[in-house]
Design a protein around this ligand. Structure first.
Ligand SMILES: [Zn+2]
Length: 316
């Protein structure tokens, strides 16, 4: 682990964020309902997280970068327990999106994070999923991380929401039938940017695509033989899919980058029907339905910002 920088985030009330989300979502969905509710018990299906809720000392944590790929820092391995210590929250629960470690798995894979870091007295509880391309037929393979590795590592980047996992009030977002162009997360993120400008607001949470299909990518198990410099290099390498609901999505987004070279939104999803990966948007605007639970973060941590290099694509 190298340099860690941190900033305070702007933390509006949950009620105020509801109104801001509503203003953005109503321009993009036919039916919109946003309210403050008690978080459902996230230890229950379909979530099966190791914690009940999304509250307590919340932090956005942006680790590494896609530039680790084109800067040839492919061997950059991070560890969730080390990250928990770096953000002064040992035992934190993490959700979000990133890349699984090749050293742990012997291949590339999308990581769908849901993991509680270890403490001095308790082991980690890693309920993350990995999604990979099946080399025999190109289909998606999805596995519980713990079935494949006993560590809590990941590689070259991740976008994480960390908290104590406490129950309590969160923002519930329920939308149906997309009428606009932006994806579900971008609608909420841009509504925050429009309202708060340079006062950065960071949000983490989980949502379910309940009906419809979504555009998803997976990194192939091996890196390409050509360098990934531009986004079309990444697009040539990545495999794209249309996947079926229900998809459970782990999402992190920030309304404004205060000069820390952040990725502003990143969402990965898993399912119980062998589909999952990196979320772009739904492909069925007429029928799509989303239900999500979100909470703002108090602090923003930027860990191991890599040297400036060429602009990267959307890999991992
Ligand atoms: Zn991704």
């Amino acid at each position: 682990m190298t340099e860690t920088e941190h900033r305070s985030l702007h933390v509006p009330s949950l009620e105020e964020i509801c109104e801001v989300f509503k203003s953005g979502l109503q321009k993009n969905y036919a039916e919109v309902s946003v309210s403050v509710v008690d978080c459902p018990d996230l230890t229950q299906r379909p979530y099966c997280f190791p914690v009940k809720g999304l509250r307590g000392k919340s932090r956005i944590t942006d680790v590494g970068s896609g530039r680790n790929v084109n800067n040839k820092r492919l061997d950059k391995v991070y560890n969730i327990n080390t990250v928990a210590n770096e953000i002064n929250l040992p035992g934190a629960y993490f959700l979000g999106a990133g890349a699984a470690s090749r050293k742990s798995l012997g291949m590339n894979a999308e990581m769908i994070f849901s993991v509680q870091a270890k403490t001095a007295n308790t082991p980690s509880v890693n309920r993350s999923y990995i999604a990979t391309v099946n080399p025999s037929d190109g289909s998606c393979d999805i596995d519980r991380y713990r079935d494949k590795s006993c560590d809590d590592d990941f590689m070259f980047l991740s976008n994480l929401y960390a908290c104590e996992g406490k129950p309590g009030k969160v923002i519930e977002v329920n939308v149906k039938r997309r009428t606009g162009q932006d994806n579900f997360v971008s609608c909420m993120r841009k509504s925050l940017t429009d309202h708060y400008g340079e006062k950065a607001v960071g949000i983490g949470g989980t949502f379910i695509i309940q009906e419809g299909k979504a555009k998803i990518h997976l990194m192939p198990r091996e890196f390409p033989t050509y360098p990934i410099i531009r986004s079309d290099d990444a697009d040539r390498w990545l495999k794209f899919y249309e996947m079926n609901a229900p998809l459970i999505c782990q999402s992190v987004f920030v309304s404004h980058d205060p000069g820390l070279d952040l990725r502003l939104e990143h969402t990965h999803c898993f399912s119980y029907h062998q589909e999952g990966g990196h979320y772009y948007t739904d492909t069925t605007p007429e029928t799509v339905q989303y239900l999500g639970y979100f909470h703002p973060a108090e602090l923003l941590y930027r860990i191991d910002r890599p040297p400036v290099g060429p602009v990267t694509g959307e890999q991992s």
